[in-house]
Design a protein. Structure first.
Lengths: 314, 477
C-alpha cells in the first residue's frame, strides 16, 4: 500500500513535470513558434540526410531505384582511392599553407585597428572586410586574370623585370599558391573582424599595466593579448581548418575549366571529391561513404585541436 | 510596443526565409556551351547517301513522320531545358512550329550543359521537377538512360532508326528500348588559320592543307614549321590541365575507346598507350599552346588577328562558335581541312560532340513534347535550316543530298565546308568512348594524361593506374 502510494506520488511528480514542461511550452508558444522553422528545416535538411547517407554508404545507389546493399565494398574501395586521399592531403597542405599566415595577419591587423592611434578605423575595417561579402565567382575570374600563365598580370610584372613566367594555374604548387592568395584575400577580413571583436572585450588596462611594469609592445602583444585571445583564435583556426577541407566555391570559380580540381588534382578537396562522385558519376552510395570517412577524420582533427588549445589555456 | 515591433520583424524574417527557401532556382543566362562528343558505338557507315545535289527541299517537304496527323493535335505547355534552342529560335523554326501547333506553348529554359545535367539528375532523383523535353549530349546520354527517368519513345523513333547516323542511336538504347532522338553529329575536321599558314610559307588551300597533314606525324612537322617560321603555337593542348578531349577524338578515329564491344576496359591497352604517346610528341618540343578549352585566353587566341594559334582539331559544331561568340572578328581567315590520320591510308574521321533531345518520363504532355521533337529533328527542312545557321551537321541522313551542302561559306573564305563535314561523317568508325560510366572514365583518364604530360609517369603506367581504378569502381572487367 505504501509502495503503491509512493509509485503514485512519483507518477504524479512525473506527470506534473510533464505537465509543467507542456505548460512551459504553451506559455512560451510564440518564441517556440518563431524558432520552429529551424527544427523543421534541421529535421529535413540535417537529420534526415545524416541518417540516409549513412545507410547509402553501404549501397551502390545511383539516385533512383531500390537500395542494393553491397556490404563494406565502398569502404574497401575507399582505401585504394588515390583521388580521395589526395583530397585529404590537399586539405592538410592548404591548411598549413594559409591558416597560420592568415590567422597571424588577421591578429596583427586587428591589433593595429584596435589601437587608439589609428584614424579612419571604420573605413579600414570596412575595406578589409569588403572582399568577404563580394561574389566569389567574380573574384575567381579576377584571380584567373591575375594569375594567368601567359597574359596574367603577375607574370606581366615579372616579365617587366625579365623574370621568366611562372605557370601559376598550370602547375601543382602554382595552383595551390594562387588558391591560397584567393582564400586569404577573401577570408582575411572575416577573421580579422572576429578577432577584433575579441580584442575589444580585453580591457586595455591589462596591457597598460604590463607596459608600466616594463613590458615592450611586442611582449604585451604576445604575452598578454594573444593568450587572452586564445578562445577567439581557436574559433578562427577550427573554422579555417574545416574550411580548407570544405573549399568549393573558390575552386569552382578559380579552376572552373577543370571542374574545380585543378592541374593533376592539385586542389581537389574532400568536398569536391564527394561532389564529383555524387553529381558527375552518379555514384551516390560511394559518395556517401567518402562523406562519412571524411567526416570522421575531420571530426578527429577538430577534437585534437580543441584538446591541444584547451590544455594550454589550463 | 518594442516587443510588438520585434515580433513583427522576426515574423518578416521568417517569412523571407521561407519564401527564399521555396523559390525556384533562377534560370541562368543563356550560354552556348560546347557540345560534347557523341556516341561511342557503331559509327557505322551512313546509309543511303545521295551524293548528287538535289533541289533544295521545299517548306512542305517533310521527312516521314511516325504518327501523321491523327485525331486532335496535341496542346498544352511544355518545358524545355537545354542550351542550343537558339538554333530553332533564330531560324524561325519555333514560329513555324507554333503555326502548325498553335495550342502548344513552349517554355524554353536555357541552362548551360552542366546545369542541365545537374538539374536533370536532381529532378529525376526527386521524382518531380523535370522538364518535358531535355537536350542531352551523347556523351552523357547513356548515363541518364541508365539512371532512368527518360521516357521510352521506341514507338515514335522506330521509323527514324534507319534514317539517322547509326552510331547516334547507341547511347539512346537500353534493353532494346529507345530513349532519345538524335539531333546533330560531330564530324571532326581541322580548322586552320589561313593567315598563319601563309605567314609560315605554307599553302592555305584546303586541299593542300589536307595533303600536308595527312598523318599526325606530318601534322607535327607542319606545326614545327609554323612554330619555327612564325613563333605561333599550332593548337591548344594543355599538359597539366588536359581534359582528354583530343585524346578521345584520336581514340575514336582508330575505332578504339575506353572499353571494347564486350565491355572490357581497354584504357591501358597497347593501342591506347601508343595513341597517347603519339599525341605526346606535340609537347616535345612544345609546338602547342597550353590554354584550357572554353576559357577566355583560349577564345582570345582563336580570335586574335595577329597573335593566334594556327589550328584546332574539332567537330563541325565548332563552326558556329567560331563564327559568332568565339572568333567573330576573324571572318575569311579560317579554312577547313581533313584531320590527320594515324598512318597513311587510315581513317581521317572522328566524332566529337552532338546532341539528342529526350522526353522526361515525368512529362504530363509527352504527345506535345514528341510533336516538338519530331518537328525540329525529324524533318529535313528543320534540320537543314538549323544546319545552315549553326553547322550542327544533321544526324538525319535524308538531308544529305541537299543543295545546302554545296553552298560556299563566307566565314571560311567561301570554302564548301559542308562537303568536308559530310565526307568525314561517312567515315566515322565504331568506337566505345562513352557509355554509362563516361564521366568517371574521362576523369581518371584526364588525370592520367596530365601525369604523363608533366613527366610524373610514363604513358603506360599512368593509363594502367587509371584503368585499375576504373575497373574497381565500375566493376567492368
Amino acid at each position: 500500500m505504501k509502495k503503491k502510494n509512493q509509485d503514485k506520488r512519483e507518477e504524479n511528480i512525473d506527470q506534473s513535470q510533464k505537465k509543467s514542461l507542456w505548460h512551459e511550452i504553451i506559455k512560451a508558444r510564440w518564441p517556440y513558434f518563431f524558432v520552429s522553422p529551424f527544427y523543421f528545416l534541421f529535421l529535413i535538411f540535417g537529420a534526415f540526410p545524416l541518417v540516409f547517407s549513412f545507410i547509402l554508404s553501404f549501397t551502390a545507389w545511383k539516385g533512383t531505384g531500390p537500395l542494393v546493399f553491397n556490404n563494406f565494398n565502398n569502404y574497401k574501395l575507399i582505401l585504394s582511392d588515390k583521388v580521395f586521399w589526395q583530397s585529404m592531403e590537399n586539405g592538410l597542405i592548404l591548411f598549413f599553407m594559409y591558416v597560420p599566415f592568415q590567422t597571424l595577419l588577421a591578429c596583427v591587423l586587428a591589433v593595429i585597428l584596435n589601437s587608439k592611434r589609428v584614424k579612419w578605423f571604420k573605413f579600414f575595417r570596412t575595406v578589409i572586410f569588403m572582399p568577404y561579402i563580394s561574389s566569389m565567382i567574380a573574384a575567381g575570374f579576377v584571380f584567373q586574370l591575375l594569375f594567368g600563365s601567359r597574359n596574367g598580370l603577375f607574370n606581366s610584372i615579372l616579365g617587366f623585370f625579365t623574370i621568366p613566367p611562372i605557370p601559376w594555374l598550370d602547375s601543382v604548387w602554382g595552383a595551390r599558391f594562387a588558391l591560397c592568395a584567393l582564400i586569404i584575400w577573401a577570408w582575411l577580413g572575416y577573421n580579422m573582424v572576429i578577432i577584433l571583436a575579441g580584442l575589444q572585450t580585453i580591457s586595455s588596462e591589462l596591457t597598460e599595466a604590463a607596459m608600466i611594469d616594463g613590458a615592450n609592445p611586442a611582449q604585451a602583444f604576445f604575452l598578454i593579448t594573444i593568450p587572452l585571445l586564445r578562445p577567439v583564435i581557436l574559433f578562427c583556426v577550427i573554422t579555417s581548418t574545416i574550411g580548407s577541407f570544405n573549399l568549393f566555391g573558390e575552386l569552382m570559380s578559380l579552376f572552373h575549366a577543370t571542374g574545380g580540381v585543378g592541374p593533376l588534382n592539385a586542389v581537389i578537396t574532400p568536398l569536391l571529391a564527394v561532389f564529383g562522385q555524387a553529381f558527375h558519376n552518379f555514384k551516390l552510395g560511394y559518395a556517401s561513404t567518402q562523406a562519412y570517412v571524411y567526416f570522421l577524420l575531420i571530426f578527429m582533427v577538430a577534437l585534437l585541436q580543441l584538446r591541444f588549445f584547451n590544455k594550454e589555456v589550463d | 510596443m518594442k516587443t510588438k515591433i520585434f515580433k513583427v520583424l522576426v515574423g518578416l524574417i521568417i517569412l523571407t526565409f521561407v519564401f527564399t527557401a521555396c523559390g525556384t532556382p533562377a534560370t541562368e543566362a543563356p550560354t552556348i556551351a560546347p557540345t560534347k562528343p557523341p556516341t561511342n558505338e557503331t559509327a557505322a557507315p551512313i546509309v543511303a547517301l545521295t551524293e548528287a545535289p538535289t533541289e533544295p527541299p521545299t517548306i512542305e517537304e517533310v521527312a516521314p513522320t511516325v504518327a501523321p496527323t491523327e485525331a486532335p493535335k496535341p496542346s498544352g505547355t511544355i518545358t524545355l531545358w537545354g542550351w542550343s534552342y537558339d538554333a530553332m529560335q533564330s531560324t524561325g523554326l519555333v514560329d513555324d512550329f507554333q503555326q502548325e501547333y498553335p495550342d502548344i506553348q513552349l517554355d524554353f529554359v536555357k541552362y548551360s550543359s552542366t546545369d542541365t545535367y545537374q538539374n536533370l539528375q536532381l529532378a529525376i532523383s526527386a521524382g518531380t521537377g523535370a522538364p518535358d523535353v531535355v537536350q542531352i549530349e551523347n556523351s552523357h546520354l547513356a548515363q541518364f538512360v541508365d539512371l532512368g527517368g527518360l521516357l521510352d519513345i521506341t514507338d515514335h523513333v522506330q521509323s527514324y532508326i534507319p534514317l539517322m547516323n547509326a552510331y547516334k542511336w547507341v547511347d539512346a538504347v537500353k534493353d532494346g528500348k529507345y530513349y532519345a532522338m538524335p539531333w546533330d553529329s560531330g564530324p571532326v575536321v581541322l580548322y586552320y588559320r589561313r593567315d598563319v599558314f601563309k605567314a609560315a610559307g605554307l599553302s592555305d588551300n584546303p586541299d593542300d592543307v589536307s595533303a600536308m597533314v595527312v598523318t599526325w606525324d606530318k601534322y607535327l612537322e607542319t606545326c614545327t614549321t609554323i612554330k619555327d617560321k612564325t613563333g605561333k603555337n599550332c593548337f591548344a593542348f594543355s599538359r597539366a590541365n588536359n581534359d582528354a578531349r583530343l585524346y578521345e577524338i584520336a581514340l575514336w578515329q582508330q575505332g578504339l575507346g575506353y572499353y571494347d564491344k564486350a565491355g572490357n576496359i581497354t584504357v591501358d591497352s597497347a593501342e591506347n598507350v601508343a595513341t597517347l604517346e603519339e599525341l605526346g610528341k606535340f609537347w616535345n618540343p612544345m609546338v602547342v599552346s597550353e590554354e584550357q578549352p572554353w576559357t577566355d585566353p583560349w577564345y582570345a587566341e582563336l580570335n586574335s588577328p595577329d597573335n593566334s594559334v594556327a589550328s584546332i582539331v574539332e567537330a563541325s559544331w565548332m563552326g558556329i562558335f567560331l563564327k559568332t561568340w568565339i572568333a567573330g572578328g576573324t571572318a575569311g581567315m579560317w579554312g577547313v581541312a581533313e584531320m590527320p590520320a594515324f598512318a597513311e591510308g587510315q581513317v581521317r574521321a572522328s566524332n566529337d560532340g552532338g546532341s539528342t533531345l529526350a522526353i522526361s518520363s515525368q512529362s504530363q504532355n509527352p504527345d506535345a513534347a514528341w510533336a516538338f521533337i519530331e518537328f525540329m529533328l525529324g524533318r529535313d527542312n528543320s534540320q537543314l535550316r538549323m544546319f545552315a545557321y549553326t553547322d550542327f551537321l544533321p544526324s538525319l541522313e535524308t538531308t544529305y543530298g541537299d543543295a545546302l551542302f554545296y553552298e560556299p561559306d563566307t566565314f571560311f573564305a567561301s570554302e564548301m565546308t559542308r562537303q568536308i563535314y559530310l565526307k568525314v561523317a561517312k567515315e566515322i568508325p565504331t568506337a566505345y568512348v562513352y557509355g554509362p560510366n563516361y564521366q568517371l572514365m574521362n576523369g581518371y583518364v584526364a588525370t592520367a594524361i596530365q601525369e604523363y604530360a608533366t613527366g610524373k609517369s610514363s604513358a603506360a603506367d599512368a593509363l594502367k593506374a587509371a584503368a585499375d581504378r576504373i575497373r574497381a569502381e565500375t566493376g567492368m572487367p
